[in-house]
Design a protein around this ligand. Structure first.
Ligand SMILES: [Zn+2]
Length: 309
C-alpha cells in the first residue's frame, strides 16, 4: 500500500491579491514532490465535493452564500484576509472533495494514508463564517465524513499549524466523539486556543509562546497531546498540516525546523500504526515561506510514504 497524494489545478487558480496564501505555495509543493523518491505516490486529482459533504460541517445556506458571493470577474473581500476570485468556490469544492476522497481511500484500505496539497485551507472556517484565508473546513469535513460514511466512531484532528484552528474547534465544540488537539502560538491570530477552551472535554489546546522551538512543541506533544489522543482512542487521525510554525515563516514567531516537522509526522504516524491501523489523512493548512514549505511538505510526505511500506 502506498500514500495517496491529492491536488487539483483549480486550487492554483484561486488567488487573493497581495495575500501570502498564494498560488505559488502549491507550485512550491508540486516542485518539491517531483523528485524520484516520490515516484511511488498514488497521485490523483481531487474530485468535486458534494454539497452534502460540506453540509456536514457547515449549513446548506452557508455553502450557497459562498457560491453566491463568488464574483464572475474581479474579487469579493469577505474580510481583510479572505477574498473570493472567480475560481474560489470551485477550488474550495475541490479542496473539500480531496479531503473526502482521502478519507474514502484510507478508510477502505485502498491506501495506507493520504496527503491533500490543496487550497484554500480550512481550519479557520467556522460553522457559519469564512475567515483567515479559509472557506470550507476541510479537516472537519473529512472527520465528519469518516463518521457518516464509514462508521468510524471516534475521529481526531491534530493541528500543528502555528495558528489556532478556531473553526475546527467551533464545529467540534459539542461533539464528544470528535477530538481536536492543537499546538499554536498564542497570542496570535485568531485569538482563540486557550487551555481553558475544552468543549465537551474533547478539545486539548496547547498554546506556545512566540520564540518557542522544537523542544517546546515536542514537550507539548509528549506531555499533553499524545496522552490525550491515547485516552480518546481514535479510529482515524486527520492532520491539519500547517507549516507556518517554521523558523523561516514570515507570519509567526515559532522556531521549528524542517526536522521538527519530521518528528511531529513520525510521532503521529507511529501513533496511528499502533492504535488505528495506520489510518492518517493529512490536509495542507498554512506555511508561507515557499522554500520552507516545499521542504517541510517533502519531509512530511516522505514519513507518510515510509509509514505505508
Ligand atoms: Zn496558519
Amino acid at each position: 500500500m502506498t500514500t495517496l497524494l491529492l491536488s487539483h489545478q483549480i486550487c492554483v487558480r484561486h488567488e487573493m491579491p497581495g495575500s501570502p496564501e498564494s498560488p505559488a505555495r502549491l507550485e512550491a509543493i508540486e516542485q518539491a514532490l517531483q523528485s524520484e523518491q516520490f515516484s511511488s505516490l498514488q497521485r490523483e486529482d481531487c474530485p468535486q465535493a458534494r454539497k452534502d459533504h460540506i453540509a456536514l460541517a457547515h449549513g446548506g445556506d452557508y455553502i450557497d452564500a459562498i457560491c453566491d458571493l463568488t464574483p464572475e470577474k474581479g474579487y469579493f473581500a469577505i474580510d481583510g484576509d479572505t477574498t473570493l476570485c472567480p475560481h474560489s468556490y470551485e477550488a474550495a469544492m475541490k479542496a473539500a472533495g480531496g479531503a473526502v476522497r482521502a478519507v474514502d481511500a484510507v478508510m477502505s484500505g485502498e491506501v495506507n494514508n493520504a496527503f491533500c496539497a490543496v487550497r484554500p485551507p480550512g481550519h479557520h472556517a467556522t460553522k457559519h463564517q469564512a475567515m483567515g484565508f479559509c472557506l470550507f473546513n476541510n479537516a472537519a469535513i473529512a472527520a465528519l465524513h469518516a463518521r457518516k460514511q464509514h462508521g468510524a466512531e471516534r475521529l481526531a484532528v491534530i493541528d500543528f499549524d502555528v495558528h489556532h484552528g478556531n473553526g475546527t474547534q467551533d464545529i467540534f465544540w459539542d461533539e464528544p466523539d470528535m477530538f481536536y488537539g492543537s499546538t499554536h502560538q498564542m497570542p496570535l491570530y485568531p485569538g482563540t486556543g486557550a487551555v481553558s477552551e475544552t468543549g465537551a472535554g474533547n478539545i486539548v489546546n496547547t498554546p506556545l509562546k512566540s520564540g518557542a522551538d522544537g523542544a517546546k512543541i515536542k514537550e507539548a506533544f509528549n506531555d499533553r497531546l499524545l496522552p490525550a489522543l491515547f485516552d480518546f482512542s481514535p479510529d482515524l487521525i486527520v492532520i491539519s498540516a500547517g507549516f507556518d510554525a517554521h523558523i523561516d515563516d514570515p507570519l509567526a514567531g515559532l522556531r521549528l525546523t524542517t526536522q521538527d516537522f519530521r518528528w511531529l509526522t513520525l510521532k503521529l504516524a507511529e501513533f496511528a500504526d499502533n492504535h488505528c491501523d495506520g489510518r492518517v489523512v493529512s490536509l495542507l493548512e498554512g506555511g508561507y515561506d515557499l522554500r520552507a514549505l516545499g521542504d517541510c511538505v517533502a519531509t512530511h510526505v516522505d514519513v507518510l510514504l515510509d509509514a505505508g511500506l
